[in-house]
Design a protein around this ligand. Structure first.
Ligand code: CTP
Ligand code: MG
Length: 233
């Protein structure tokens, strides 16, 4: 049976108002083409296919036309203006959704184009028992504390997880949390905002494919891998 078909209704926010400076694509990375489509289009299409409705896309205020062109003509998708920080983009999008009766919301980075339905299903199901749920992955390398630039100490790998998006929330809890905490604008992600407001955040299994396209190299992944002795010499 199709797991997503059994999910309760949920909305989605796609934050796509950044500049993508580290990716150096000539345009903000969410508008760059990757595997045949703009990165943003991959993210929006995956959310629509997983059942999200509506999908709010926060795009730069001076690139609303580009955002409309990238997402295409879909009545379930709405483009709004983002803000100066990621969290400002989220907060404005939450305000746009307020009053529409939506009980659950996924918040997703446009820059993570490979979103799978099974991750969405895990997140939405987790909301039955918690106000927030996030996809995480273990750390496989050992960790050092390096505040001084040299090795200052070690960190316990077992206690650390890598956090991805989408992140899922009870709408009223994350909306209130964004308005309650003045540090929210500079938080790393929305789970931190909810946690600071005292909300519980459950962890579900993430997926390596949900990586965030960040650097120019991330846009070159159609190239053959470089391996010692791989026969390319
Ligand atoms: N984002 C946003 N509004 C901002 C800043 C970031 O909506 N003011 C979005 C980005 O578009 C991206 C996501 O937040 O989808 C994660 O941010 P990041 O990977 O840092 O993207 P950029 O800020 O665009 O990239 P960079 O930091 O390299 O400039
Ligand atoms: Mg950034």
């Amino acid at each position: 049976m199709d797991e997503a078909a059994a999910l309760p209704p949920f909305a989605a926010i796609v934050v796509a108002a950044g500049k993508g400076e580290r990716a150096r694509q000539g345009v903000p990375k969410q508008f760059a083409f990757w595997r045949g489509k703009p990165v943003l289009r991959h993210s929006v299409d995956a959310l629509v296919e997983s059942g999200a409705n509506p999908v709010i896309v926060a795009a730069p205020s001076d690139m609303q036309g580009e955002a409309h062109a990238a997402v295409g003509d879909n009545p379930r998708v709405e483009v709004v203006a983002g803000g100066a920080t990621r969290q400002a983009s989220v907060r404005h999008s939450l305000d746009v959704l307020a009053g529409r009766g939506c009980e659950r919301v996924l918040i997703h980075d446009a820059a993570r184009p490979e979103l799978m339905r099974d991750v969405v299903a895990r997140l939405i199901k987790a909301l039955e028992t918690t106000a927030g749920a996030i996809p995480v992955l273990p750390v496989v390398d050992s960790l050092v504390i390096a505040s001084s630039g040299a090795m200052d100490g070690k960190a316990e790998r077992e206690a650390i997880r890598r956090v991805q998006t989408p992140q899922a929330f009870r709408f009223s809890a994350i909306h209130a949390a964004h308005h309650a905490w003045e540090g929210a604008a500079n938080a790393g992600d929305d789970a931190q905002v909810l946690h600071a407001a005292g909300g519980s955040v459950a962890l579900v299994d993430g997926d390596e494919r949900l990586r965030k396209l960040t650097f120019a190299e991330d846009f070159m992944d159609d190239l053959p891998p470089m391996r010692i002795g791989s026969g390319y010499d």
